[in-house]
Design a binder for this molecule. Structure first.
Ligand code: AMP
Length: 588
């Protein structure tokens, strides 16, 4: 049965024409703005719909683990977020202060995000599978004043470190009342929300006021806090229309967790600004469950990730055929390279190609995409969004971009030569700061461009092709993992002398985290110790960050300045030529 949805006209029928006429001012004009001036993400996402004809439209449909559904209309979502904002007001939380969440995809996560934004505070979501180390580090770096979490997550990951988090004044728990009562120094969020006087007035935030904080990993040092402002909503809305082709009647499912930027920009903000119904599944990936959700909820636009697509592919195309997916009209994917076979598989399984798009935490929204109205070239990330200027910068062998005499970047022409993907700064969702690290922020810009750190090439039709990361950061199942963070945790184990961590290619997850460790003198490298190290890392880092494999080696290679040579570890792991190892310290 052909669905009427499939016949919706594309929001952007002609890419070149849209690119020629686009302006961010016009994109901004698609939003309402606050009645007295200013801009607030929560107002664009909720208030303006709740006060209009969409008040009774379902904004969020939660699929609980049990399969039970829970719906919140725009009017109810407004009520919930006003209550959460009321709780913050009663607790004395000020504008600009940080409210963190560490929880699964529960309704309260969404009420907290939108309530925090309407209060004028800053929302920082953490992934619930992070272990105590990454959680503590981010709470500390982000100066958390409030944490919204659940009793088990709090007890396992935060409680025993609470005295080290002096600024964390309020922990608000969502869960069983009696369980919460047994825990000290916490408050029951549901109880507070039930009794709170709703905060009906929304903070009159300026477009450049900080709204969201997302941590992302680099090769060295602590995670980077990417600061985003309320103005970002202009890009969320525009990309929702142009790259995801959202229409008011859509049922949209973004499978990303809000603990990662995709799950916030496109799991919360963009669909709500378009007034569509968003599906939120509390459970993790399962083949049958996902197909059932697509079928039963009559999902029309689906935004997912290559790892998930590859897992569906492994289950077989015939499984897709067992479900009625006739409402599905657009499938997009992000977060890691989407192999050409996956794009083609989409054609067979869903009757349409999978539209790859590219962006990163720092860009806050989609920058390069395969659009509905444009021919998809399997394996390509697509073309830059209207309003986005992208280019390829030539790099020195050490990784820095080559600067011309006049200080501009030397750009690579179209063709086979690859270089670093660079973007012209100035789009609304660009990060405005690396929290507390201005030098680190400035280092991301050179010669009038923002340096993405990704290596790409561009063909003669302006399509960009991903070549690889320019650094050692690992992408596993779409999650960005800093090797330094993993190495630091392993070094905490008394038997470990040195640690080097790499991404090992994996057919499904893209990469797996693999660690090489050397031991302190007197330790025996046996299977028992190896297993203990795996468990130790998992306890501290959590399942999404911890290494899947640990190999005990005599020494971890370093260069003369003492830096771990991850490149060499990777070359050895893959059986590739070791390249130029002249700066490598002799391994004794
Ligand atoms: P994150 O900041 O966690 O969203 O990760 C961003 C990084 O993921 C990018 O810098 C890329 O390395 C990678 N990435 C995102 N989308 C794609 C894509 N479509 N193809 C290849 N790599 C991607």
């Amino acid at each position: 049965m052909a669905s009427t949805q499939r016949q919706t006209a594309a929001n952007m029928p002609d890419y070149d024409a849209a690119r020629a006429s686009f302006s961010w001012e016009q994109a901004r004009a698609q939003l309402s703005g606050l009645p007295g001036g200013g801009l607030n993400i929560a107002y664009e996402a909720v208030d303006r719909h709740a006060q209009g004809p969409l008040a009774d439209t379902v904004a969020l449909r939660f699929i609980r683990r049990s399969g039970e559904r829970l719906e919140l209309t725009y009017a109810q979502l407004l009520d919930e977020s006003e209550r959460f904002a009321g709780v913050l007001r009663d607790l004395g939380v000020d504008r600009g202060e940080r409210v963190f969440s560490l929880m699964g995809r529960l309704p309260e996560l969404y009420a907290s995000a939108l309530g925090t934004l309407r209060h004028g505070a800053v929302f920082c979501p953490l992934f619930s599978a992070f272990g105590p180390d990454p959680v503590e580090q981010r709470l500390r770096l982000g100066d958390a004043r409030v944490l919204v979490t659940t009793p088990p997550l709090y007890v396992r990951k935060v409680a025993h470190r609470r005295e080290r988090l002096l600024g964390l004044e309020h922990v608000l728990l969502v869960g069983d009342e009696q369980e919460i009562e047994r825990i000290t120094d916490v408050e029951d969020l549901r109880r507070l929300m039930a009794s709170a006087r709703r905060s009906a007035s929304i903070a009159d935030t300026r477009p450049e006021e900080m709204a969201l904080l997302h941590f992302t990993s680099g090769t060295t040092g602590t995670p980077k806090g990417a600061v985003h402002v309320h103005e970002a909503v202009v890009a969320h809305h525009a990309t929702g229309a142009l790259a995801l082709d959202l229409h008011p009647q859509d049922v949209f499912w973004c499978t990303a967790d809000p603990g990662w930027v995709t799950g916030t920009s496109y799991g919360i903000v963009a669909p709500l600004t378009h007034g569509v119904c968003s599906i939120v599944d509390e459970a993790d990936f399962q083949v049958d469950r996902w197909y059932e959700i697509l079928q039963r909820e009559r999902v029309t636009v689906w935004y997912t990730a290559p790892t998930a697509i590859r897992m569906l592919m492994r289950a077989g195309e015939e499984v897709a055929g067992e479900y009625d997916l006739s409402d599905l009209r657009f499938v997009a994917s992000v977060g890691e390279p989407l192999n050409p076979e996956a794009v083609e598989w989409g054609r067979k399984a869903f009757g349409m190609p999978i539209h790859d798009n590219w962006w990163q935490t720092e860009t806050g929204g989609i920058m390069i995409a395969n659009y509905r109205s444009m021919e998809v070239k399997p394996g390509s990330m697509g073309r830059p969004l209207p309003g986005i200027e992208a280019a390829v910068a030539r790099r020195h062998s050490k990784g820095h971009p080559v600067l011309a005499r006049d200080g501009t970047l030397e750009l690579v022409d179209v063709g086979t030569e690859s270089g670093e993907l660079v973007l012209r700064p100035g789009w609304p969702s660009m990060f405005r700061d690396s929290l507390g690290e201005q030098a680190r922020y400035r280092a991301c810009f050179r010669g009038g461009w923002y340096l993405t750190g990704d290596l790409v090439r561009r063909d003669d039709e302006g399509y960009f092709w991903f070549v690889g990361r320019g650094d050692d950061v690992i992408k596993s199942a779409g999650h960005l993992i800093g090797p330094f963070e993993v190495e630091s945790a392993l070094l905490e184990h008394p038997s470990v002398a040195e640690a080097g961590v790499i991404g090992k290619p994996d057919e499904i997850a893209g990469e797996l985290v693999k660690a090489f460790v050397s031991l302190v003198p007197g330790q025996t490298a046996d299977e028992e110790l190896r297993r203990e190290l795996l468990a130790f890392a998992r306890r501290r880092l959590g399942s999404s960050v911890a290494p899947r494999e640990i190999e005990i080696v005599a020494a971890v290679p370093r260069n003369r300045s003492g830096k771990i040579m991850r490149r060499l570890l990777k070359a050895r792991e893959l059986g590739l030529p070791e390249g130029d190892i002249s700066t490598l310290e002799p391994e004794s």
